[in-house]
Design a protein. Structure first.
Length: 236
C-alpha cells in the first residue's frame, strides 16, 4: 500500500528515494540508497531482509535489471513484491508482482522509476512522473518531494497515507537528506514542512562534518537563512 519514486540526478550524481504509504514507519522498511551507486524501493508486502541484498548488489555496480532479477531470485514470494531500482549507469528497472493489489504498476523514465500499489488509479503514478520531469532544475530532494505530493494530489491511496520518507545521498557516505514521518494524519504535508526547514541546512551539515569549528546550527541559520528570528533560539 505504497507509492514511491527512485531517481538519480544527472547533474550532481545524487541518488534518492521519495515514498509514502498507509502503513507506519515506511522509511525504515522500503528505501535503500548507496552513494554514487544506486537507489531502490522494495515495497507492497515489504521485506526488509532484501534491503541488505539490494545494497550489496548496487555496491557491485550491477545493472538495474540484474539487481531486480537477483532480488526476485532471493525471495520466496516475488509475486507479492514491488521493486524499483535506478543503477550506477542511471538506468531504471522495476517489477510489480501479480499478487500486488489494484491499482498497481510502475513507470520507468530516464534516470528514475515510479511505482505504487493499492492506488486510486494509474493517474497517481503518471502524476508523480510528470511532476518529477517538470522540475529538472530543482535539487533532487525537491524533485522527489514534488513527486510524492503529486501522487497524493492525484488520489494517493483510497485509505489515505500515514507515513512518508525522503532520502538523498551525494558523494559522501552519510545522507544529505534523511527525513521521515513515521505516523501522521497528513504525512506528505509534514514531510514538506520538515524538508522546507531542512533544505537550507544541507550545506551546513556537510560543512560541519568536515570543519567542526563552524558555528552552531542556529547561528549559521541566522546568518544564511532570510527570515530566521531570535525567538527560534534554543528550539531543538
Amino acid at each position: 500500500m505504497t507509492y514511491s519514486i527512485v531517481a538519480r540526478c544527472p547533474r550532481t550524481g545524487e541518488y534518492g528515494v521519495g515514498i509514502a504509504t498507509y502503513s507506519p514507519n515506511v522509511g525504515i522498511r522500503c528505501p535503500v540508497v548507496v552513494p554514487q551507486r544506486g537507489a531502490a524501493s522494495i515495497q507492497a508486502v515489504a521485506n526488509p531482509l532484501l534491503l541488505p541484498i539490494a545494497r550489496r548488489l548496487m555496491e557491485s555496480s550491477l545493472s538495474a535489471r540484474k539487481i531486480v532479477d537477483e532480488l526476485l531470485s532471493s525471495d520466496p514470494y516475488p509475486q507479492s513484491r514491488q521493486i524499483i531500482v535506478v543503477d550506477v549507469y542511471g538506468h531504471a528497472h522495476g517489477h510489480t508482482g501479480e499478487r500486488n493489489p489494484a491499482w498497481c504498476g510502475h513507470h520507468l523514465g530516464e534516470g528514475y522509476a515510479v511505482a505504487g500499489n493499492v492506488l486510486a488509479g494509474a493517474g497517481v503514478v503518471q502524476a508523480m512522473a510528470s511532476a518529477f520531469e517538470a522540475s529538472e532544475t530543482e535539487p533532487l530532494a525537491e524533485r522527489l518531494m514534488r513527486a510524492v505530493e503529486a501522487g497524493r494530489d492525484a488520489g494517493g491511496q483510497p485509505e489515505g497515507q500515514n507515513s512518508s520518507a525522503l532520502m538523498v545521498y551525494g558523494e559522501h557516505p552519510f545522507p544529505l537528506v534523511d527525513l521521515r514521518v513515521d505516523l501522521h494524519d497528513a504525512p506528505e504535508a509534514e514531510l514538506r514542512r520538515l524538508w522546507d526547514w531542512f533544505r537550507p541546512m544541507v550545506p551546513y551539515y556537510v560543512q560541519r562534518a568536515q570543519t567542526p569549528s563552524v558555528p552552531r546550527w542556529w547561528q549559521w541559520r541566522m546568518d544564511h537563512v532570510p527570515g530566521w528570528v531570535a525567538r527560534h533560539l534554543g528550539k531543538g
